[in-house]
Design a protein around this ligand. Structure first.
Ligand code: IMP
Ligand code: MG
Length: 178
């Protein structure tokens, strides 16, 4: 599996340091609030698990699943909800946990949808941001790293459902997906 990786962009140590920072910011900002983390499946699972451990205030977690990519490496622009929230979020302070923002189309849609559920507040925390490829404007409150426009895998990120289990974030060799 590792021989499919062109280079390691972010190693385990860099990722974990950044998540510690994000966790302490969130713990400080949401003190006394009714915090619910909503992970976007499946890419956010590792980030969600590690971030939760760095949050020192009471909080709940829920997940949604949406489809936007299929097995290709560019966004189709079509967003479908595959799994909705288990709990009501009315009056809660919702923080959407996303692995990577690329075109922004998925999150734009999801944020509109969640806004309709009347949370007290609604913000985004994302580990990775590819600003060059943004098509839909979205405000991101907490951002881990800005990354170049390359296809990344590992730490939850997949190509055709594989490579999610790599502990680091790496650039996938082009010959694997071209
Ligand atoms: P967007 O709607 O274009 O912002 O797509 C965001 C989703 O596409 C992310 O949640 C990822 O699941 C996926 N994605 C975007 N870029 C990459 C990448 O480089 N590697 C793996 N998945 C990606
Ligand atoms: Mg995702």
């Amino acid at each position: 599996m590792r021989d499919h990786i062109k280079k390691i962009l972010l190693d385990e140590e860099k990722i974990s340091e950044k998540i510690k920072e994000l966790g302490s910011l969130i713990s400080r900002d949401y003190e006394g609030k009714d915090l619910v983390l909503v992970g976007v499946l499946k890419g956010s699972v590792m980030f969600m698990a590690d971030l939760l451990k760095e949050i020192t205030i009471p909080c709940c977690m829920d997940f949604m699943a949406v489809s936007s990519y299929g097995n290709s490496t560019t966004s189709s622009g079509v967003v479908r909800i595959l799994k909705d929230l288990d709990f009501e979020i009315e009056g809660k302070d919702v923080l959407v946990v996303e692995d990577i923002i690329d075109s922004g189309i998925t999150l734009k849609y999801l944020m509109e949808y969640l806004k309709g559920r009347k949370p007290n507040s609604l913000e985004i925390v994302c580990l990775l941001d590819k600003p060059e490829r943004r098509k839909a404007e979205i405000g991101v409150k907490y951002k881990g790293f800005s990354v170049p426009d390359e296809f990344l895998v590992g730490y939850g990120l997949d190509y055709a459902e594989k490579y999610r289990n790599l502990p680091f974030i790496g650039v996938l060799k082009e010959e694997i997906y071209k």
